[in-house]
Design a protein around this ligand. Structure first.
Ligand code: PEP
Length: 252
């Protein structure tokens, strides 16, 4: 089976201005075009309003574009929501689902995340399904149980191999400048791979498992060299072109 190609994903969240986002996309596209063959796939996930413009800005650069969320339905009376179909039409090939900020701010359950991931796959997008424990759950020794429960609850029944990605994002590490140790990341990623194999067999070897939570250009090399880490999901550091680009260059 071919080795998994690292995926470096930038989650721009609710970036403060379109101007910042478009300048970021233009700078990264210029770097990607000048860089030649890359050792990883790089993905930008802007807010929904910027997706089409960012897709146009990065066309021909090899950079991919993704959404930050999608509705589980392909269309209908859901004011304020965006479907996976609309994301695909606007230029996305990926979508983040079940980010802890959405589980927190919108009371999203794993069942809802599973339906969104299924909708994403039906629309031809690769869902990046986020899982991760809170600090209290970690302190109580529940990390593996929480991650397993979120993973199994959020994974569509027919998810297989490369058409789905998982992001392990400990909630306490997001935006805090704190990260688990390499051994802790390896343990959780190994557990995720093991659970994926139980559900999808050999195909699990093709699923990329990303780490997310306070990744910077300073710690990316070490994290990306950790066992079972197939890329990173980056928030804060993805808002600065040089920092995000250097994370991409850190791929083994
Ligand atoms: C995130 O929001 O997915 C994230 C990982 O944020 P940060 O890199 O800022 O911790």
């Amino acid at each position: 089976m071919a080795p998994r190609r690292p995926l470096i994903a930038g989650n721009w969240k609710m970036i403060a201005s379109s101007r910042h986002g478009l300048a970021l996309a233009a700078e990264l596209a210029a770097r990607a075009k000048g860089a030649g063959a890359m050792k990883c796939d790089m993905l930008l996930c802007p807010p929904a309003t910027l997706i089409r413009q960012v897709s146009e800005a990065v066309a021909g650069s090899g950079l991919a574009v993704g959404g930050q969320d999608c509705h589980a339905a392909p269309g209908g009376a859901h004011t304020g929501d965006v479907s996976a179909v609309l994301l695909a039409e606007a230029g996305c090939s990926f979508v983040i689902v079940g980010h802890s900020e959405r589980r927190r701010d919108h009371d999203e359950t794993s069942e809802m995340v599973r339906d969104k991931a299924a909708a994403a796959r039906a629309a031809g997008l690769t869902p990046i399904i986020c899982v991760g424990e809170s600090e209290a759950e970690r302190d109580a020794g529940e990390t593996l149980a929480v991650v397993r429960s979120q993973l199994e609850g959020s994974l569509p029944e027919d998810a297989a191999g490369a058409d789905t990605a998982i992001a392990y994002e400990p909630v306490w590490a997001i935006g805090t400048a704190r990260t688990p140790t390499g051994a802790e990341i390896a343990e959780v990623h190994g557990h995720i791979r093991h659970r994926l194999a139980a559900v999808m067999g050999e195909e699990a070897q093709r699923t990329r498992i990303l780490y997310g939570g306070s990744v910077t250009s300073g710690n990316a090399s070490e994290i990306l060299a950790t066992a079972e880490v197939d890329g990173v999901l980056v928030g804060t550091a993805s808002l600065e072109a040089d920092a995000f680009w250097r994370i991409g260059e850190s791929c083994p």
